[in-house]
Design a protein around this ligand. Structure first.
Ligand SMILES: [Zn+2]
Length: 106
């Protein structure tokens, strides 16, 4: 079993692609696809059909998924995307910033 590097509600920063340098909160991790949906990142425009609830139709913005490999956890102390180390803390594994030892798991 692999340990998830990035989890829901983490703050991450994009390090690749057109979203590079932008950060946001993880809304959902799509494990099977190795992708994540991050709040405010990779917004895609989606055309909506006219419906009863939405008689105007129109275009809504929605977050598209990003590959996990292009995301790093954002360390609030280093103020940048960082690599993490994992350590065992009782039953759970804590993720820590490799530079400043900030714990991402409380
Ligand atoms: Zn740090």
């Amino acid at each position: 079993m692999s340990i998830q590097r990035i989890k829901k509600n983490d703050i991450v920063i994009a390090v690749r692609g057109v979203m590079r340098g932008k950060s946001g909160k993880v809304l959902e991790v799509l494990k099977s696809k190795d992708r994540a949906i991050v709040e405010g990142l990779n917004l895609i425009k989606k055309a909506m059909r006219k419906t009863k609830d939405n008689p105007q139709g129109g275009i809504v913005k929605k977050e598209g998924s990003l590959p996990l490999s292009g995301l790093l956890l954002f360390c609030p102390q280093c103020k940048k995307g960082v690599k993490i180390s994992r350590e065992r803390d009782g039953d759970r594994r804590a993720r820590r910033c490799r530079k400043c030892e900030h714990s991402f798991d409380g």
